[in-house]
Design a protein around this ligand. Structure first.
Ligand SMILES: [Zn+2]
Length: 499
């Protein structure tokens, strides 16, 4: 089977066929940088990190564009309210671009921590105002937009396909729109492509319609076109922005430039808390720094970034991720099980003897790898992919605990498989090794002692098998690391020798 993905445009599972063979162009709506990144951001950008990683694993060259929204996104997510960045700048009494700079840095710091590979291009809306003015002019020329008091609106009734992504019918759009929201629009359903700025508006540019700033949806239309060309393969984002944002991106592009905008629309579902939506505007969101430090009333402890990532991947991207402290504790246990086995494999590798690869186990690895690929080919089914890794984990543990001597070649195969599937594809094993993925400081001693206990058990097994070379290597290397073993009639105890 080849990669199948769920396309929101057609509401079906489709075979993925890129426009240019071997190459994938992907655009994902990026963050509006006016505050700390939260769990909802983690879900969205880990989701598309997985898409990115898996496409590369499948042999594609990916160009991944993810914008930074630094102007034009209004508090109401539509055409009402203050600019989110401008509002924060007033609140913090700083320049809007200071707000942008600060939270952009924080965003990348947090995503780096979650092992999200950075996009190839992170264009900013404010750096593409000229293109947004050009888009607005083209829409006016083609009769799809009109000027009114320095604002330019997209005339939705000029574009019958408006609503094709969100499946909203034009006639139904009037419901819920209050007449007083009409303002200077011909039709209250119209949306702004360009906005007039009042003299005290913090970010504004000169345009054919006077001083103003671009509408939020315009930036994604022009930046996707500029860096990927039209049409492109994958447009991603959060399901909550399907309307009006994504819908309007499509309408603007297709009305101005003709043809399709994007072939596949992948949208991730939200993070819930107590069964309801979690969000900054709802005041119940947890930001990533709080999750790591544990500094939040809903958290009993801090969680390592890798545990947060594991937690996100344990539900499918199109499902809700329901946050709770208990769920994160469960994720900690699950993640530890994977890491403990891999650590064991790596420890055994250091002392293993050369020898032929275990044919039987090679088949077991191949079978699990193929199940993993099948799961990922099925619209990036990460819960199923993780379940397969846990099955492999069981097989590895019984191999390591069995009577057979496990050759270096077999251990290497297992290690590489974990690095490839758990590391390269799922991003759960940072490239700088396992030492950085141990728990937060409070829980680190527990993991340490668990690992030492495991090594002691390994040594005991080696001694029983009269494999004194292995048992001595374990004892000496632990001693080198400051862990002293003491053999007694009832077992082996250990202590950490202070230097
Ligand atoms: Zn967007």
């Amino acid at each position: 089977m080849s990669l199948q993905l769920y396309n929101h445009l057609t509401r079906t599972l489709e075979a993925f066929i890129p426009i240019n063979s071997g190459f994938v162009g992907m655009y994902v709506c990026g963050p509006t940088v006016y505050g700390e990144s939260h769990l909802g951001h983690a879900k969205c950008y880990i989701t598309f990190d997985i898409v990115h990683r898996y496409l590369e694993y499948a042999g594609y060259t990916v160009r991944y564009v993810q914008n930074i929204t630094d102007v034009g996104h209004l508090v109401g997510d539509g055409d009402t309210g203050e600019d989110k960045i401008g509002k924060q700048a007033r609140y913090e009494r700083v320049e809007p671009m200071q707000v942008v700079e600060t939270y952009t840095r924080h965003y990348f710091r947090d995503m780096d921590m979650l092992n999200v590979i950075r996009p190839d291009i992170s264009p900013r809306a404010s750096g593409h105002v000229l293109e947004q003015i050009e888009l607005t002019e083209t829409l006016i020329e083609k009769g799809h937009a009109y000027e009114s008091n320095g604002n330019v609106y997209f005339a939705v009734n000029s574009w019958p396909e408006y609503g094709k992504l969100s499946r909203r019918k034009l006639d139904d759009l009037e419901e819920g729109i209050r007449l007083e929201d009409k303002g200077d629009k011909r039709d209250p359903r119209d949306f702004a492509v360009w906005r007039a700025a009042t003299p005290n508006h913090l970010m504004q540019w000169r345009s054919p319609w006077g001083q103003g700033f671009p509408g939020w949806h315009a930036e994604c239309t022009v930046m996707a076109r500029r860096y990927l060309g039209l049409p492109f393969d994958i447009h991603g984002g959060g399901l909550e922005n399907i309307f009006p944002h994504n819908e309007s991106e499509i309408a603007q592009s297709e009305a101005a430039y003709g043809g399709e905008f994007a072939n596949h629309w992948l949208l991730n579902n939200m993070v819930t808390i107590d069964g309801g939506k979690m969000g900054k505007s709802m005041g119940n969101s947890l930001n990533i720094q709080q999750l790591v430090s544990g500094d939040h009333a809903r958290l009993s402890q801090g969680y390592s970034p890798m545990v947060i990532r594991f937690f996100i991947l344990s539900s499918h991207y199109r499902q809700h991720t329901d946050f709770s402290d208990e769920a994160l504790q469960g994720a900690t246990k699950g993640y530890k099980r994977l890491v403990n086995t891999l650590t064991l494999v790596q420890q055994r590798l250091e002392v293993a003897k050369l020898g032929d690869i275990d044919d039987e186990f090679q088949d077991i690895v191949a079978e699990h790898k193929s199940r993993f690929v099948t799961a990922m080919d099925n619209d990036f089914n990460t819960p199923q992919a993780l379940a397969t890794l846990f099955d492999l984990n069981k097989a590895v543990n019984s191999l390591l605990n069995g009577d057979k001597t496990v050759s270096k070649a077999t251990l290497e195969l297992i290690d590489q498989t974990y690095q490839q599937l758990g590391g390269d594809v799922l991003g759960l094993i940072p490239s700088d090794g396992l030492t950085t993925v141990t728990q937060t400081d409070e829980s680190k001693p527990a993991l340490e002692s668990e690992l030492i206990r495991m090594l002691i058990d390994l040594r005991t097994t080696a001694r029983k098998n009269k494999d004194y070379a292995t048992s001595d290597v374990i004892r000496d290397q632990l001693a080198e690391a400051g862990v002293v073993l003491e053999d007694r009639h009832d077992g082996t105890s250990w202590r950490i020798e202070a230097n």
